[in-house]
Ligand binder design. Structure first.
Ligand SMILES: Cc1ncc(COP(=O)(O)O)c(C=O)c1O
Length: 200
């Protein structure tokens, strides 16, 4: 049986906690598992209010320069007016539709630009949603290539040492086994071939 709308909103209002930066950080420390950290001995986190250009503005009034170009990557700076406008414009039409069997103008125009930008011969586009997933997709394409050539036994990947390619399973399997930050998954990862890094 569904909950009447007015009861639901009352329930949501009464449950709401008013947080201060300190209580937010306390909850974060106790319940939020950040990438590459441990829940049992968490690393300190810094509460971010906003970001602009290269600056990350903290709730305590301090600003940091994002020298890492973010973890992961921020090419154009935070809070870019053109990117914000594009995001708002798109979200008023649809934030997302599945791409299996459907397509739309924004995706087609993006793919058209990518085909124009990339060297001759790179004329087909497969869209994915993160760096790690793009590595998964590339690996699947390579395997599917050999499958379509009826050489399914060709499943080993060759990569160079010292690489980092992401934190999904196939991507972890091509990261450096020692410095790639995924040692604890070693036993379940695909066994690939590592060539020496170029300056060895
Ligand atoms: C070279 C490289 N490949 C892949 C990735 C993974 O990207 P994502 O974090 O978007 O999954 C990273 C992330 O830092 C990267 O540096």
């Amino acid at each position: 049986m569904s909950t009447p709308r007015n009861q639901l909103s009352l329930h949501m209002t009464t449950k709401r906690t008013v947080h201060t930066p300190l209580t937010l950080l306390e909850f974060d420390k106790t319940h939020v598992w950040h990438p590459y950290t441990s829940m049992t001995s968490p690393l300190p986190t810094y509460l971010v209010d906003s970001a602009e250009g290269v600056y990350i503005n903290l709730a305590n009034g301090e600003s940091l320069i994002d020298g890492m170009s973010s973890w992961w990557s921020v090419l154009h700076g935070y809070n870019h007016p053109k990117l914000n406008a594009a995001l708002i414009n798109q979200s008023t039409k649809m934030s997302h539709v599945m791409f299996g069997g459907l397509t739309h103008r924004s995706a087609i125009e993006l793919c058209e630009k990518l085909v124009q930008l990339t060297p001759k011969g790179l004329s087909n586009v497969f869209l994915s949603d993160s760096g790690s997933v793009s590595v998964e997709v590339a690996i699947k394409m390579a395997l599917q290539y050999w499958h379509s050539k009826e050489k399914e036994s060709k499943t080993k990947l060759l990569t160079i040492r010292n690489g980092y390619h992401g934190d999904t399973f196939a991507a972890m399997s091509v990261c450096d086994p020692i410095t790639g930050m995924h040692q604890i998954f070693d036993k379940v990862l695909m066994k690939n071939i590592f060539a020496p890094k170029t300056n060895d």
